[in-house]
Ligand binder design. Structure first.
Ligand code: ATP
Length: 259
């Protein structure tokens, strides 16, 4: 489904990614973890075809970037990120924001098909937001806006859903509500790739984890193998303990880390 082979990526003098190999297969859902600036978002942008590697190959959904029409591949990819949320228009009604997902537009400048409107409403119902369909996006809470992004991303029934810190800035209640919706994605024929800084967001949906450190993959594989105290302490440069509860990892940072 996604294969990154020998990826390097330079920006000016800086080596952002270095020798990245990552194979994500059908039936797996991945979380990418690592310290600030280690290259997680850059990896997501590569999977979306928004960035191209300096060397190496990127294959997504059977297409090799550089040898295919990336815009066509993107129709099969849902992307949820703060940068996309910021591009949406806050005064637009919520249902219309969701409906734009059908065409991968950011805004409508023409009449919207009734069938598309009904589809948008059904996705809003799925995420429990039908009651705010006519309100403006700007009137919603941060958590509700993230759910609108999810409904919008699902409009095209993507084969791949990429999420960059969707729970950032959410309180515990909003986070858990969003995670419940994300958990339901297991019923869909879709791969999820998810970046976060908070390991308790690794709900049972997720099967695999990749740990990134300074632009390199230090560990990648089934989550129970990768989310060990040893690997996490290495990737975060801080001693930690991992406790599993409700099939989710909970991390305790130990005193005595580097300052
Ligand atoms: N437009 C840019 N120009 C130059 N350097 C950049 C640019 N965008 C990102 N970088 C650098 O690339 C490195 C990787 O950035 P990236 O956003 O992929 O990290 P990240 O792991 O997602 O970080 P965070 O967890 O803080 O979001 C960082 O050191 C960052 O400073």
């Amino acid at each position: 489904m996604i294969s990154l082979q020998d990826i390097t990526f330079r920006r000016g003098d800086r080596q952002i990614l270095n020798g990245v190999n990552l194979q994500m297969n059908t039936g797996e859902h991945w979380v990418i973890l690592g310290r600030n600036g280690c290259g997680k978002t850059t990896l997501l942008e590569m999977m979306n075809g928004y960035e191209f590697p300096t060397s190496g190959t990127v294959d997504v959904l059977g297409n090799r970037y550089g040898e295919c029409d990336v815009r066509e591949v993107r129709k099969e990819i849902g992307y949820i990120s703060q940068s996309i949320l910021e591009k949406l228009t806050l005064r637009d009604p919520v249902w219309e924001v969701v409906a734009t997902g059908e065409y991968a537009f950011l805004r409508f400048y023409q009449e919207i098909d009734e069938a598309v409107r009904l589809k948008a409403l059904s996705f809003l119902e799925e995420v429990g937001l039908l009651h705010v369909a006519e309100q403006s996006l700007g009137s919603l809470s941060q958590g509700e806006r993230k759910k609108v992004m999810l409904a919008r991303a699902l409009m095209l029934n993507p084969k791949l859903l990429i999420m960059d810190e969707p729970c950032a800035g959410l309180d515990l209640y909003e986070r858990e509500k969003l995670l419940i919706d994300l958990g339901r994605l297991s019923e869909r024929d879709m791969m999820v790739v998810y970046v976060t800084h908070h390991m308790e967001e690794i709900i049972p949906l997720f099967t695999h984890v990749a740990l990134v450190q300074n632009g390199e993959i230090v560990a990648a594989g089934p989550k129970k193998e990768v989310l060990s105290a040893e690997w996490l302490s290495t990737a975060y440069d801080w001693p930690v303990e991992v406790h599993w509860a409700d099939d989710r990892p909970w991390i305790r940072a130990l005193s005595g880390g580097r300052t």
